[in-house]
Design a protein around this ligand. Structure first.
Ligand code: BV8
Ligand code: ZN
Length: 316
């Protein structure tokens, strides 16, 4: 840990690639881990455009279950550690003059206000359209809504200057947002945290828990576009769909000289390839995982254990 802190102190562009393990301690099930959601369900059919086209009822039950779970979760110590580290006044004593970007795969953001668009540090301009940026929004640094809450807690303990800093974009929601709802027909997208999202899905989260989903909820009873009334879909990036602004994300990865890989099996691309890219460019990689993962082989530092214990030590 001391050697890592020595490297951290010298690093200038720090990225964190976070996966479902970051929120595991908050009660949000991971995809592949023990009790993971995708052990029960075949993600490679559910989280695809083809899977949705074939059975929108099943796919919506899967996402409705995750929405309901995310709405009940609270930040854990790993979220708070990242939230604190995201504030330059706190980071200044740990990694002087460094920039910080969280590239996150978990897409269950539940607070619209921290819709943060990643600002290319080099280019000093927003990478993605600023739509959805709500004035005065406190940026979260994670996507499941837990980090914005964690950041709020941290904000009570820091000076007002950080409020300015905290509003600077720090996050890339690589795989979209669970609470975004996209139309399958027009281009309407809205942030929708309603619980349940529609009457037709009310109570089905219990069925999902028991793995007895009802394949036959009629399309008309599934979420509809509030603009044109067509069938709506979750606003996430499915397997086989391209990552929005992937070139801009690559530019951030290119700039990075330190990559923390936190709570991810490192199996989904292109996210799983970022650490290797940083290493190829002469940067360092630190993996934080409760278990061995495909990320181990790219790790200069491997911290095996719960990230809610290890991240506060590493970034404190
Ligand atoms: C694309 C949104 C162009 C939906 C998700 C190159 C090589 C091979 C394949 C490909 C490639 N390029 C593209 C592909 C195809 C595909 C892919 O990667 N397939 C995989 C299966 C090989 N990628 C794509 O399609 C991507 N699009 O590249 O476009 C293209 C397209 C087609 C073909 C070529 C190019 C789009 C991928 C996005 C998919 N959408 N999410 C939804 O969430 O429902 S992926 C989804 O799964 C998540 O977002 C996340 O990315 C992934 C889950 O991964 P993890 O977060 O790692 O979670 P997991 O449960 O697996 O692991 C948790 C980890 O935490 C474990 O290691 C565990 O030990 C650890 N842990 C648990 N508790 C703790 C902990 N660690 C620390 N502390 C704890 N307490
Ligand atoms: Zn529509």
């Amino acid at each position: 840990m001391n050697q890592f802190k020595h490297v951290l102190k010298k690093s200038k562009n720090i990225i964190v690639v976070a996966g479902a393990g970051l929120s595991a301690a908050s009660g949000i099930p991971t995809f592949r881990g023990k009790g993971g959601m995708w052990r029960k369900y075949d993600a490679l059919t559910l989280a695809t455009p083809e899977g949705f086209a074939e059975n929108p009822s099943l796919v919506w039950q899967f996402y409705h279950y995750r929405r309901e779970t995310a709405l009940k979760a609270q930040p854990n110590a790993a979220h708070v550690a990242l939230a604190r580290f995201s504030l330059s006044s706190i980071r200044e004593s740990i990694a002087p003059g460094s920039t910080f970007t969280l590239i996150t795969q978990v897409c269950d953001l539940r607070m619209e206000t921290p819709v943060i668009r990643c600002r290319s540090i080099a280019r000093k301009q927003p990478l993605l359209p600023e739509q959805g940026q709500v004035e005065g929004s406190d940026p979260g640094i994670n996507v499941d809504g837990l980090s914005p809450l964690a950041l709020e807690k941290v904000m009570e303990t820091v000076e007002a200057t950080d409020r300015e800093d905290a509003r600077k974009p720090k996050i890339v929601e690589m795989h979209g947002r669970l609470f975004d709802v996209k139309c399958t027909s027009c281009d309407h997208v809205e942030f929708n945290r309603s619980s349940p999202i529609c009457e037709g899905l009310a109570g089905t989260e219990i069925l999902v828990e028991k793995n007895v989903m009802d394949p036959e909820i009629p399309r008309i009873s599934l979420p509809r576009c509030s603009s044109c009334g067509a069938l709506a879909r979750p606003g996430v990036v499915w397997f086989g769909e391209t990552i929005p602004n992937v070139d801009d994300i690559d530019a951030i990865v290119e700039d990075a000289d330190l990559c923390l890989v936190v709570g991810t099996a490192s199996t989904v691309y292109p996210a799983a390839g970022f650490a290797e890219q940083v290493q190829k460019n002469g940067g360092n990689v630190a993996v934080f995982n409760i278990d061995h993962s495909a990320g181990d082989k790219k790790a200069d530092f491997l911290f095996l254990g719960p990230c809610q214990d290890l991240l506060p030590q590493a970034l404190g």
